[in-house]
Ligand binder design. Structure first.
Ligand code: NAD
Ligand code: MLT
Length: 311
């Protein structure tokens, strides 16, 4: 059986597939047109976030039995089309949770203390002590939108930094939140009370542009915004306006509505904006875990019919 891997994954996962006797074709960064052309040859497809598994791809896939996501988010897969064709879609839900949470914390520290801007200035030979005055996190209110796997770890670490943590998540009970040391509030209350707002929901019809013009208008002046979940949850044009007006003191995005980001994206021109190119899961540990786990899941399904983490 043939497995196509169309995004970069760790070598350890590829070895598991080969050792199980599967033929592996490794083509990270495969262009969409080429994917359409070669997909009929394959029994399995392994992806991360770059490959778009559209209805068109699924329609062309004559032999495809399983799609494996080496990671969490499945918004780049047409799940309904896969389902209708009987193709199993699997992911590795917890494999990169810790890395994504730690990246979120790194971005919180980075915007609070203007670290990337100060490093860039230092490297230009400047010594601008007055320009880079930051804020402490101690006693600040952190608003978490989405108290799932990643949101909960962010909450735990933020409590250690002595932040006051509140969260909005319609699928979590106040008791469950309380056990994590978190006060569950409505979205409006979170927007009104938070000094820092971090997003950890999936991208769905309900969360698309959840943070829009109206949401920004409810926030405190000088709020900081972090998004390590999915592009599209924040309306980027509204964020730009809120940053220019001074409502938002700083923003850090790891994810964008269109990736890779256009180098002329207006947000990139703002001094108080920082971003990373979807690096939340990019650690040696997380990449090894998700590659090994998705490879094992695929082998178990293709050779033994065992299904794990199907969605
Ligand atoms: P999860 O499913 O464990 O948690 C998501 C939480 O969001 C759940 O508790 C759910 O109840 C809540 N939620 C759903 N709809 C909501 C809504 N409308 N309003 C508020 N809350 C809502 O997911 P996770 O593993 O914590 O991942 C969270 C996000 O992070 C996903 O979008 C995932 O794709 C993304 N992610 C990004 C990276 C990265 O590299 N930046 C890495 C891993 C995961
Ligand atoms: C995920 O949802 O797991 C992230 O997008 C991480 C990734 O694969 O880059």
């Amino acid at each position: 059986m043939k497995v196509l891997i169309s995004d970069p994954i760790s070598e350890e996962g590829i070895e598991i597939l080969k050792n199980a006797g599967l033929e592996v074709v490794y083509k990270p960064g495969l262009p969409y047109e080429e994917l359409l052309e070669i997909i009929p040859q394959f029994d399995a497809l392994i992806i991360r976030s770059s490959t778009k598994v559209t209805k068109e791809v699924i329609e062309r896939a004559k032999n495809l039995k399983v799609i494996g996501r080496a990671g969490t988010g499945l918004d780049n897969v047409d799940l309904q089309a896969a389902n209708e064709k009987g193709i199993v879609v699997m992911n590795v839900p917890g494999g990169n949770t810790l890395s994504a949470a730690e990246h979120t914390l790194a971005l919180i520290f980075a915007i609070a203390r203007k670290i990337p801007q100060a490093v860039a200035s230092l490297k230009e030979g400047k010594w601008e002590k007055k320009k880079f005055i930051g804020v402490e996190l101690n006693n600040k209110v952190l608003g978490i939108i989405g108290l799932g796997r990643i949101g909960s770890i962010v909450a735990d670490r933020a409590l250690g930094m002595k932040m006051k943590v509140i969260a909005y998540d319609p699928f979590v009970s106040p008791e469950a939140a309380e056990k994590k040391g978190v006060e569950l509030v409505s979205l409006e209350e979170l927007l009104r009370r938070s000094d820092f707002i971090t997003i950890h929901t999936p991208l769905t019809k309900e969360t698309y542009h959840l943070i829009d013009e109206k949401a920004f208008s409810m926030m405190k002046d000088g709020v900081y915004i972090i998004n390590c979940a999915r592009g599209g949850i924040i309306d980027e044009e509204a964020l730009y306006r809120a940053m220019v007006s001074g409502k938002v003191a700083g923003a850090a995005l790891d994810v964008f509505e269109k990736e890779p980001v256009d180098p002329n994206h207006p947000l990139l021109s703002l001094e108080n904006f920082i971003g990373t190119p979807h690096l939340g899961a990019s650690t040696i540990e997380a990449q090894k875990t998700v590659a090994i786990e998705i490879a094992k899941q695929l082998v178990d399904y293709l050779l033994k019919g065992i299904i794990r983490n199907a969605v």
